[in-house]
Design a protein around this ligand. Structure first.
Ligand SMILES: Cc1cc2nc3c(=O)[nH]c(=O)nc-3n(C[C@H](O)[C@H](O)[C@H](O)COP(=O)(O)O)c2cc1C
Length: 199
């Protein structure tokens, strides 16, 4: 940490992806408050090309899980190499029980034709994650391999693409934070450089 002690610093260093949730429900007003913050993100030409859907309905959560797991089974049957190793080391597989276990899911859509749509939507997602963390709500940016198929469950208009499903809730147990690179590994002045000093 830099030691400034700011709220942003604290939540950014503390936030982790959580895949095990308690099913405890809480006031969805908290989620609305966080989305109110996310919508303050910058966007290409200020198009604000995002749409958020809060999923509270158990049967929709079940359908989302079934559809996502169908896509995940296909994905896991093909995945090889470094990614396969990483997934295995984290005990990740096609099962996505967090989609039914988490009390709520926030689906984030982006307007396809807006300028810099994806960049803009993901900045808003970043704001959202920090706002959730600040309120003690754990989250996961889950990107199903079959996002178009999943979008179908929301009757989303064709102009919008599903970017991410974010299950949210209180964490079950505690998972340690994935390590981060050090500042001097990712920062240089005036010239780009690699750790080996090449540019
Ligand atoms: C764009 C993006 C897509 C991601 N997709 C998935 C996903 O589909 N499934 C998953 O379990 N985690 C997903 N993650 C979470 C990452 O695995 C996680 O952020 C990373 O391992 C670092 O861990 P941390 O968030 O706990 O610090 C995604 C993260 C990002 C930013």
């Amino acid at each position: 940490m830099t030691g400034s002690g700011s709220v942003i610093e604290k939540v950014a260093f503390k936030r982790r992806s959580v895949r095990k949730f308690r099913s405890t429900r809480f006031d969805v007003g908290i989620l609305m408050e966080c989305i109110d913050i996310a919508k303050e993100a910058p966007s290409g030409s200020n198009k604000q090309p995002w749409h958020f859907v809060i999923v509270t309905d158990e049967s929709l959560k079940k359908a989302l899980r079934e559809t996502c797991e169908k896509g995940e089974k296909r994905f896991y049957s093909h995945v090889r190499g470094e990614l396969a190793e990483w997934l295995k080391s984290r005990n990740l597989d096609w099962k996505k029980d967090f989609l039914t276990r988490a009390p709520y899911i926030i689906a984030v859509f982006g307007e396809k034709k807006a300028p810099y749509s994806r960049e803009s939507v993901w900045i808003a997602v970043g704001y959202l994650l920090l706002a959730l963390e600040e309120r003690g709500i754990a989250s996961l940016t889950y990107t199903p391999p079959n996002r178009d198929e999943v979008a179908g469950l929301f009757n989303a208009v064709d102009d919008f693409r599903l970017e991410v499903l974010i299950p949210v809730g209180y964490e079950e147990g505690y998972k340690i934070k994935e390590p981060r690179k050090k500042l001097d590994e990712i920062l240089s002045f005036n010239h780009f450089f690699t750790r080996e000093g090449k540019n």
